[in-house]
Design a protein around this ligand. Structure first.
Ligand code: SF4
Ligand code: FE
Length: 475
């Protein structure tokens, strides 16, 4: 397994073509805007020890980072949920490595299923690739969301055929792909990109039904960094105005400008009927992964309770009740993530797959609960969350003393501590960190309607009707 330092060294070796604020970025690792996200990904290396964060590879028998592991039991799935919570709490951010793990697991199942139908060779190729990922402890970016153009049209019906990533050429050596994947979490901190279709495909969409994995610095790939609220605060020099001093997340637009992929890295090629299955498997795994938000919720609850103490209101019955409500809501997320793991089952490939209904329930809660927690945090913390002067004002020779005098908290709590904690709440709920905590909770791993569709499909209403009818004597 790589150490945190080895991980940073490996990132420095990547030759990525990155653009931000209209300029080409050379060194992404030490860029103040990008670095917090690399730190968060690095935490997945730093904390890799013990049964929660590591596992025994079913391919090599060696101990590996759990983010590269294929789940071999329900216990593996449970440990995955626990790992997400631990890291969410440790970083207070999106640590970006889950989607790659979820893509590997989904592919371990679907490549096997395609081979069974078509006698293809995808699973063997995939296992070779997996071994490479495990041996080198690589971070994989799972690229699913296409640009999509006109949402009312299917991939093959788009006016611009590149709105979904597609195959534009093939030869004896491999294929050439063109398109874009949006909202790519942790793209710049990943060694590999695993690209997958974003939706169900029909016969006419065959050129879009393609899955492959390539190094993230392959020729023809470009990254355009996504802005986040307050992102330039990170360029103001080291101040606590950023809220979370160490960690963050990031998303990129990733452009595939006629990128060559060798055959041994292609894991689905025009078997369009398997696209929906892959999307569903990946989505269910990734919806389980949102235990990360319970970890971020721990941080927000801790910050809110601390501010209540700093403000001298922690003992007020209504404040205690609200903090308890935050805990109850936050644990609901974790309960759901654990439940879908416990209720998982073995697929014919040998991989353990979560209970899909419960994984979708987990994520649907995640589209709601963090927003509710943010609301309660704002209510308890007060308007100061958005009105605090900057750190530089606190340090100013003329006004600094006044800031310190009039913003101090209950008892001996210094203004600086109070402002730091307010900034953390600001960051998590509307600043830099909110990109990880709120819109990502809404749309990451699919928007709420996507979960409702899958819940609706798996809701067994007939069974429920039968139970009701039996009790009141209807045949
Ligand atoms: Fe992992 Fe959560 Fe970030 Fe998704 S949002 S990559 S599940 S930390
Ligand atoms: Fe995400």
């Amino acid at each position: 397994m790589k150490t945190k330092e080895e991980y940073f060294d490996s990132l420095r070796e990547l030759k990525l073509e990155v653009y931000m604020f209209g300029e080409r970025v050379g060194n992404t690792v030490d860029h103040p805007v990008i670095r917090p996200s690399a730190n968060a990904m690095a935490a997945t290396y730093e904390l890799a020890r013990g049964d929660t964060m590591t596992a025994i590879s079913h391919v090599t028998g060696k101990r590996i980072n759990r983010f590269t592991h294929i789940h071999q039991s329900n216990a593996d799935l449970v440990n995955k949920s626990k790992m997400g919570r631990v890291l969410g709490c440790y970083t207070g951010a999106c640590f970006q490595r889950c989607a790659g793990m979820d893509a590997l697991n989904a592919l371990s199942i679907v490549t096997h299923d395609i081979d069974r139908k078509y006698r293809t060779d995808y699973n063997r190729r995939f296992l070779q690739y997996l071994e490479y990922v495990q041996e080198n402890d690589l971070a994989c970016d799972a690229a699913m969301t296409d640009a999509k153009g006109d949402r009312s049209l299917r991939p093959a019906e788009q006016l611009d055929p590149d709105q979904y990533l597609r195959v534009v050429d093939e030869s004896g050596d491999g294929i050439v792909v063109r398109g874009s994947k949006l909202h790519q979490t942790g793209a710049l901190n990943s060694h590999e990109i695993i690209a997958m279709p974003t939706r169900a495909m029909r016969e006419e969409d065959r050129d879009y039904a393609v899955v492959f994995a390539i190094p993230s610095d392959t020729k023809g790939i470009m990254y355009i960094y996504g802005r986040q609220p307050c992102d330039t605060r990170k360029m103001e020099g080291q101040t606590f105005d950023v809220g979370n001093l160490y960690y963050g997340g990031h998303e990129c637009m990733v452009i595939f400008d006629d990128v060559f992929v060798p055959w041994q890295r292609v894991f689905m090629y025009k078997e369009h009927e398997f696209a929906a299955d892959l999307v569903e498997k990946f989505a269910s795994y990734h919806r389980q992964s949102y235990a990360c938000k319970a970890g971020m919720g721990d941080v927000l609850i801790g910050a809110t309770q601390t501010i209540a103490e700093y403000n001298g209101i922690a003992k007020a019955p209504h404040v205690r009740d609200k903090i308890t409500e935050m805990v109850h809501l936050n644990e609901t997320i974790f309960c759901c993530s654990l439940a879908c793991a416990h209720e998982g089952h073995r697929e014919s490939s040998g991989t353990y797959y979560v209970n899909s209904l419960m994984a979708n329930i987990t994520k649907l809660h995640v589209t709601r609960i963090p927003y509710e927690l943010a609301k309660i945090a704002h209510e308890i913390a007060g308007g100061a969350v958005v009105t605090m002067p900057s750190e530089k004002d606190l340090r100013h020779p003329r006004v600094g003393n006044y800031v310190a005098k009039y913003l101090k908290g209950a008892g001996a709590v210094p203004a600086e501590d109070r402002i730091r904690m307010m900034r953390l709440v600001e960051s998590l709920t509307m600043g830099l960190g909110a990109a990880c905590y709120l819109p990502e909770s809404m749309h990451g791993a699919g928007s709420p309607q996507a979960q409702k569709i899958m819940i609706g499909r798996q809701s067994n209403l007939d069974g429920k009707k039968k139970a009701a009818k039996r009790l009141c004597g209807i045949e």
